[in-house]
Design a protein around this ligand. Sequence first.
Ligand SMILES: C[S@@+](CC[C@H](N)C(=O)[O-])C[C@H]1O[C@@H](n2cnc3c(N)ncnc32)[C@H](O)[C@@H]1O
Length: 283
Amino acid sequence: MSTSATVAAALGAARARGLERLDAQLLLAHVLGQSRSWLLAHGDDALPAGHAAAYGALVARRAAGEPFAYLVGQREFHGLTLAVAPAVLVPRPDTETLVDWALDLLQGDLRDASAPAVLDLGTGSGAIALAVKDGCPRARVWAGERSAGALAVARANAERLALDVRFVQGDWWDALASATDAPVFDLVVSNPPYIAADDPHLAGLTHEPLAALVAAEHGLADIRRIAAGARGRLRSGGWLLFEHGWEQADAVAAILAQTGFGRIATRRDIEDRPRCTGGRLGA
Ligand SMILES: C[S@@+](CC[C@H](N)C(=O)[O-])C[C@H]1O[C@@H](n2cnc3c(N)ncnc32)[C@H](O)[C@@H]1O
């Protein structure tokens, strides 16, 4: 990209490299620290050389398929601005379905608990745990994660957003083993890895951590482990909610039924696909 390019020419060059118009505009707005409407009003302005080079580098990364959120270092999720980095999955709008279901339970079935204990397993950027705490301040929210890199991102998000979440590191339920003050939870939510290793969609997800995406047993191994380990950590009458692939609802419902859950239900995502399945322990 030429260092003497105008704003309009830089946007045109990005489009010629295959970027969507919105991505091209938002990346340039990010580099310049301006709004999209400013770009439209200043199409003939010359781009300073440093900005042109920085924009060119971001355009090349976006054209190579890197998620937009990694390039700008943040993502909106359930009304929160979360910092994201390649150590974490970029939070998806689909996952807001899981947060909404958790908040509905906290205002419904669990409304009589004055300080309900909620656990997010596999918290990544902290998206679910932080959105639940934000939406239900009376909840005592814990979050588990195996990846130290992801946990650092989640902790920094919690601190910046001033949301009080307790983070623990380890393999699913084992993350709680050293926390002697861990409560018995009223509600556990998880968006675990659920993509099968041979799923062709993985080809389009090469920039995000594989450990956040892929699970054995046709994508169901982690869901099985979490459901099987819930008893003792989740109180009888407490809820376990999973996000899963849109073709996995029946399989997840069967796993929940086999591990002692009742009142099993499925919720659909914003694209009307079955996306979350959960149940109540014991009945
Ligand atoms: C699909 S990502 C979800 C991240 C975040 N909750 C979200 O919804 O954006 C799954 C997360 O589970 C974590 N994870 C994978 N295997 C794990 C394990 N055995 N124990 C704990 N966390 C695990 C990954 O590091 C990743 O952060």
